[in-house]
Design a protein around this ligand. Structure first.
Ligand code: CDP
Ligand code: CDP
Ligand code: CDP
Length: 218
């Protein structure tokens, strides 16, 4: 029986984490978990309930009652909350959520809630018969899966990343989000000591995926 693979992909906004991870999941039969969607879903749930990131007491109470569930479709794990259907990109990737997600994600109470959910994804991947898990985010190699055997930290020039996002449509101040994510005291955006840093400014998705497959096979 093959060993269960655990792969962590981290990086800043629009650095290519999600598309790279999806391709790896296809190549190696892994469950793909996009942890940015978890923070986006929690930010959306809080907004829907009218709870601002500054409202510590209400937030703590709300999060203690928030029920997070996973739905595995193909090789993707989708998050839902409080028995609502999993929110789609029109809700999670809206301009409003782009703007407010980082302030929620900087709060320890939010990170604790999400961390428990994320660690549970490894068991879900095993029970669902995958050969491993690939999780992408900001703190996967440092905090969520420090035992991952392969850790990759993707970087790309800000101008390249901005162009990629504009190409996708939508408004997203990625440099501001990176600043908030890198400067927070809990689980800031940074490469793990044992991460391989890949600058993909001038690399195609294929080239990045091939590089990572070589690292995994080595
Ligand atoms: O897709 P994009 O790179 O723009 O962002 P995302 O991965 O969907 O993450 C949205 C936000 O969630 C980030 O800007 C962080 O504030 C937060 N996040 C985090 O704090 N830790 C993670 N592991 C993943 C996301
Ligand atoms: O998940 P994250 O926000 O880090 O990035 P993404 O959504 O995977 O990628 C952002 C955009 O960059 C997408 O439109 C990708 O197709 C593109 N991309 C690229 O042009 N070259 C790469 N090596 C990786 C991603
Ligand atoms: O689902 P698709 O890849 O077409 O695009 P998306 O809705 O923009 O979602 C991007 C990724 O975020 C998905 O592939 C999932 O990994 C994750 N996601 C999630 O975990 N939970 C949701 N409710 C929505 C998306």
């Amino acid at each position: 029986k093959k060993a269960f693979k655990v792969i962590a992909i981290d990086g800043g906004a629009a650095s290519g984490k999600s598309s790279t991870s999806k391709r790896l999941a296809e190549e190696l039969n892994l469950l793909h978990v996009d942890t940015g969607a978890h923070y986006r879903a929690v930010a959306y749930a809080c907004q829907q309930a009218g709870i601002a990131p500054t409202d510590a007491i209400s937030l703590k109470h709300f999060l203690s009652q928030l029920v997070l569930r996973s739905h595995v479709v193909g090789r993707e794990s989708y998050i839902s909350f409080n028995d609502q259907p999993p929110p789609g990109p029109e809700l999670l990737r809206s301009e409003n959520i782009n703007r407010c997600v980082s302030p929620y994600a900087a709060l320890p109470v939010v990170r604790e809630t999400v961390k428990a959910y994320q660690r549970g994804q490894v068991d879900i991947a095993k029970r669902s018969g995958f050969d491993g898990i690939v999780m992408d985010g900001r703190d996967i190699g440092t905090v969520i899966l420090p035992e991952a055997e392969v850790k990759v930290f993707l970087v790309a020039d800000t101008s390249t990343r901005e162009k990629r996002r504009v190409h996708e449509g939508g408004v997203d101040a990625i440099a501001d989000r990176d600043k908030t994510d890198s400067s927070r005291s809990v689980a800031p955006l940074r490469p793990a000591e044992d991460a391989v840093v890949i600058d993909n400014s001038d690399l195609s998705l294929e080239e990045v995926v091939d590089k990572i497959l070589q690292i995994i096979r080595a």
